[in-house]
Design a protein around this ligand. Structure first.
Ligand code: NAP
Length: 284
């Protein structure tokens, strides 16, 4: 039996859909914070169980009988470690044969502050002795495209990544990779650096949006503090805005670039192109 935590999130739902292509629904557990959000999955025969990272008592029952477990990293940035530790300990007690974890690209060497909790989670997993596969996901292209409406309105993307290249990929690509890592043989002990085939700067993204939309969109690079303010003014909590701006600065040093091709090899197809994702986003 397979279990996916955070299964009502964007990535989790895509992983469940990918698994459903080859695994019977009654062999898949959607381990979720709020089961009422997964009623559509239950109707399709997926087993829905409560699994709240911050309520460890829910985790043991959620993982009962589970063979392979995907821990999707918590959204509660800066408070993730105790939550991840609780999941890892429950997985160990449940005797899972494989734990997969969604880490961050180059988590062991990245200068991004966001990488710290991922690096420490990887260490907790290693110390647990659980057979594990680490999925070091790069940036989602969807992160960049979240600011597309504002870019179209104001004629510019903003950031602090200078000419840093992002090997971003779609959530769908990362979800397909997670499904392969869960279902393929001999995954224990592997660490994958997962990133899109195509690297681009935010200026490249602006040029692509200009080309497809017919509007002139530029890239304005800002100092880190000014970019933090922009993100906070968009409504992000200040702490999260600062972490994203910090990641942009890390990207300017290559932290979100990777040309290993590992993601395409794992999913057995080229990663989704920036061109097609921009086209989809412009169609709304
Ligand atoms: N690589 C990147 O560019 C990137 C970007 C953003 C995030 N991430 C990381 O990747 C993860 C998955 O991304 P996503 O797009 O699927 O995020 P998402 O759509 O926000 O989904 C996050 C999921 O985590 C669940 N969750 C939050 N707190 C929980 C808790 N205490 N116990 C159990 N579940 C909890 C949420 O439950 P509810 O459905 O109940 O809210 C939701 O289902 C994120 O959590 C984050 O760590 C990566």
């Amino acid at each position: 039996m397979y279990a996916i935590t955070g299964a009502t999130g964007n990535l989790g739902r895509l992983v469940i859909e990918a698994l459903l292509k080859t695994i019977p629904a009654d062999q898949i557990v959607a381990a979720v914070r709020n089961p009422s959000k997964a009623s559509d999955l239950a109707e399709r025969g997926v087993i829905v169980r409560e699994a709240d990272y911050s309520r460890p008592d829910t985790l043991g029952p959620a993982f009962a009988g589970v063979d392979k477990l995907l821990l999707i990293s918590s959204t509660e940035v800066s408070g993730r470690l105790p939550r991840h530790r609780a999941v890892i300990e429950a997985a160990k007690r449940a005797g899972v044969s494989l734990l997969a974890y969604t880490s961050m690209l180059k988590a062991d060497t990245s200068p991004a502050t966001l990488a710290i909790e991922h690096r420490l989670t990887e260490e907790i997993i290693a110390a647990s002795g659980l057979p594990a596969v680490i999925l070091r996901n790069g940036w989602y292209i969807e992160n960049h495209l979240a600011s597309l409406p504002a870019a179209l309105e104001h004629g510019a993307f903003v950031g602090a990544s200078k000419g840093g290249r992002f090997s971003s990929a779609s959530r769908q690509d990362y979800a397909d990779a997670a499904a392969v890592a869960l279902t393929a043989d001999e995954q224990a002990g592997r660490t994958y650096e997962l990133a899109g085939d195509q690297a681009f700067t935010v200026a490249d993204l602006a040029a692509e949006v200009s080309r497809q939309s017919g509007k002139t969109i530029v890239y304005n690079d800002l100092p880190e503090a000014a970019f933090t303010d922009v993100l906070a003014n968009f409504g992000l909590p200040v702490d999260l805005a600062a972490l994203i701006a910090d990641a942009d600065v890390a990207a300017s040093h290559g932290a979100l670039f990777d040309d290993s091709g590992a993601l395409g090899r794992l999913i057995g197809r080229p990663t989704t192109s920036l061109e097609s994702l921009v086209a989809n986003a412009l169609r709304g």
